[in-house]
Every structure is written in C-alpha cells, then in structure tokens.
Design a binder for this molecule. Structure first.
Ligand code: F3S
Length: 404
C-alpha cells in the first residue's frame, strides 16, 4: 500500500503510539482489501459505545488508546451508548453498568470525540454530501449516508472507525470506489404491496435484507400510498435491511441520488405474500407493557406525530419511550412536546436506544415496536418478546381503542 508522507510518519510512530496503532490497523485493513492508498475522510462515526455491547474488553481497548494519546484529527461522533446520561437511574440501569458506561464516556471524550451518542447524526446537522468520503460504523447510519445522502463509507467496525478518526484517513476500497457502487439485485415491488406507514418500510426492509444478504439492492416502483417517501421512511427501510442482511447501500429509482446497476444484475420480485410471511413471525396484535420507538433515533417530525396520537382519545395504558439524539430532545422540549409526552406517562430518552441499553431491567412484558430493526434485535439483545405494528395501531391498542 502506498502511504503519503504524513501517513508514513503516523505509521512510523512520529505522532505517538496511539496514532501508530491506528495507522497499523488501517494499513492491515487496506492490505486485506487490496486498497492502493488511503483517502481522507471528512467525518467519522464510532460505534461500540455501549457497555452492553463492548463489555470490559472493549472498555480496556478504548482506555488503552486514550492512554497512548490517541486523539481524533477529523470531526468524529459517537453512536448510542448504554444509558441516558441524565435519566439512567429512573430507567433502572444497574449501578455497576452505569459506572462502566461512565468510564466509556470519559475514554472516548478524552480522545476528542463529540458526545453525540446517536445513530442519526444526519438529523443533527452532520450531513455529508454526495460523493463525500466518510468512515461511519453504525449499520443504519452507514446505509443512510451511502444510500440517501450519496456519501461514501464502508461498513466500519468500532476500532477501524476510531482509527480513521485518529488518522483522518481510511483505506480506499469497496464503497469508496465508483466501480463498487452498483446494485447486484434489481427488485421489482409487486403492485399488491402498499407502503402507508414507516413500519411498512421496516417490514419490507427485513424481507429485502434476508434476500440480498450483504449485497446492494436497487428498488423499482417504490411508492407511498398517501404522500411522498420521506427520509424517515428510508431510514426505517435501510435500518431493517442492514439488520436482516448487512446491507450497506441501496438505491430507490427516482428517489436516491444514485441508481447504478452492475452488468450481471439479478432481477427479483417481492410480493405481499413474502411480507405476510414475515409479519406473522413478529405477531402484530398484542397488548404491550412498553412502546419503544426511535430505531433509528427519532426525528422531530416523528415526535410531533406521536404527540398528535397521544393527544387524541383515551389515556395510554402502556409506557412509551421515544429514543432520539439529545439536540432533538431539546427541540421537542422547546416545542412543548416533551411535556405532553411526560404527562402521558412517557419519556424522551437521549444518548441510548432500546437495543443497546439494558431494557430488560425495566420491562418484563412485551415491547411494542414499529421498527424492523428493533423487531429483529429486541428479542435477542433484550430477551423480550415484541409486537411489531404501525405506531398508531400499537397506541390505539394500548388505549383500549379498536384498531383499523
Ligand atoms: Fe439506532 Fe439503536 Fe436502532 S443504534 S438503529 S436505535 S438499534
């Protein structure tokens, strides 16, 4: 691999041991994937922030990098952690877990990383442009950046993203190259599939992810019944595909900024019957103890919609927790949404999410979700059964009202 002068200095240890280790990781990766050189990145998103997912081994690695004076040199942001910094006690997070989580906060922040703790940095102003090279590592954020924004990132792991933040570069291979950004499957959506709600995009994403695995699909005929497909819909679609099949890039005809097919593209069709098979697996009609939404982290628009649902009709019989980035929570507070949600017995939770926090400590019963990704991970990561449906239907059921 050819290194530029500065990169070689990092590799040789001239900027300290932390930087040297980081460059060694990037060079090793570059060799595995036959990258010829490094490419500068404009932003980095580091996953592996929750104590629940990285454990003591991960914490020790981050502390070691900080001790060895690893410091990021490009804007670098953090994925959701294991708890809300302000509300962790009232959310039953065990003291031992919180102590470890605080140590993770300290280690990452000590390396100069911004404490964003969100998987939707693009909702709080971190929006790379078409063609911009980045190194992000949370699967739904990778999918959104590549597909909806047209930025370029591989599926980084926590350590390789941290290394990219420290060195400001990443090996130039895979999705950084034009030649790789081509769909291997073109998926026709049968006319009997109706996208009405963002949960429909999540459900569809689960099926598409299983079909294409870690490949790149392109969708034809994707239409919404009652309006235009928006970024929240695409966020749910991409997150579910990334969870069900590790899909880092997809195209939607006439919607995403790119739509490229490979020469040997395979054509397949997804029908309503395919989706019904999946829907049956995630039981849509149960009474839930907790409604957990915001996977990926909620936008202000989603919170506004929830507030409207809460204001109508009877009182909710379940708790509702809405996960989002802290700046979105602040905006919700300014608009008066937070008060309405809290008055309804709910919470807006920042810094974490229903999957990477110890949700199992707070909930014994069924969790209602409207996200395909959460439907896949809550049962395995939190050992709780889920009820997957449109949020409006879950809320109606919780109020004891008749569903549509
Ligand atoms: Fe984000 Fe957590 Fe879902 S990181 S995509 S809210 S599992």
């Amino acid at each position: 691999m050819e290194l530029k002068k500065e990169e070689q200095k990092m590799f040789d240890g001239e900027y300290g041991e932390g930087t040297q280790i980081a460059m060694e990781i990037l060079v090793a990766l570059g060799k595995i994937y036959n990258a010829e050189s490094m490419i500068p990145v404009s932003s980095v998103q580091v996953a592996g922030v929750s104590y629940k997912t990285i454990g003591d081994a991960g914490l020790e690695y981050i502390q070691e990098m900080k001790r060895k004076e690893g410091k990021v040199r490009v804007p670098t942001f953090l994925n959701p952690a294991g708890m809300d910094r302000e509300q962790w006690k009232e959310m039953n997070v065990p003291e031992h877990f919180a102590k470890k989580q605080l140590e993770i906060f300290e280690a990452y922040e000590g390396m100069g990383i911004s404490p964003t703790y969100t998987c939707t940095p693009y909702l709080i102003g971190i929006r790379p442009k078409l063609g911009e090279h980045i190194a992000w590592s949370e699967s739904s954020a990778i999918s959104f950046a590549n597909s909806v924004l047209g930025a370029r990132t591989n599926r980084e792991g926590g350590p390789s993203a941290l290394a990219a933040g420290i060195c400001g570069v990443t090996p130039n291979y895979g999705l950084h190259l034009d030649s790789e950004r081509k769909a291997k499957y073109e998926i026709e959506i049968s006319e009997d599939i109706k996208f009405e709600d963002r949960s429909d995009f999540g459900l569809f994403g689960l099926k598409a992810g299983v079909l294409v695995k870690n490949s790149y699909p392109a969708f034809k005929n994707m239409k919404k019944e009652n309006g235009k497909i928006n970024e929240d819909d695409l966020k749910y679609l991409g997150a579910a595909m990334a969870a069900a099949g590790s899909v880092p890039l997809y195209f939607v005809d006439k919607i995403t900024p790119e739509y490229n097919l490979s020469d040997d593209v395979e054509k397949i069709t997804i029908t309503k019957k395919d989706l019904d098979e999946i829907r049956e697996l995630i039981g849509p009609d149960k009474v839930v103890e907790l409604i957990a939404t915001g996977c990926p982290h909620a936008s202000l628009k989603e919170i506004e919609e929830i507030v409207n649902l809460l204001k109508e009709g009877k009182k909710l019989n379940s708790r509702i927790w809405i996960y989002c980035a802290r700046p979105i929570k602040e905006q919700a507070k300014e608009k008066g949404y937070l008060k309405i949600i809290e008055d309804a017995g709910g919470k807006i939770v920042a810094d974490t999410c229903m999957v990477v926090s110890p949700l199992e400590e707070s909930v014994k019963g069924i969790v209602g979700v409207n996200s395909g990704k959460a439907a896949k991970y809550v049962p395995t990561m939190c050992k709780r059964e889920v009820c997957f449906n449109k949020l409006s239907e879950i809320i109606k059921k919780s109020k004891g009202e008749k569903n549509d």
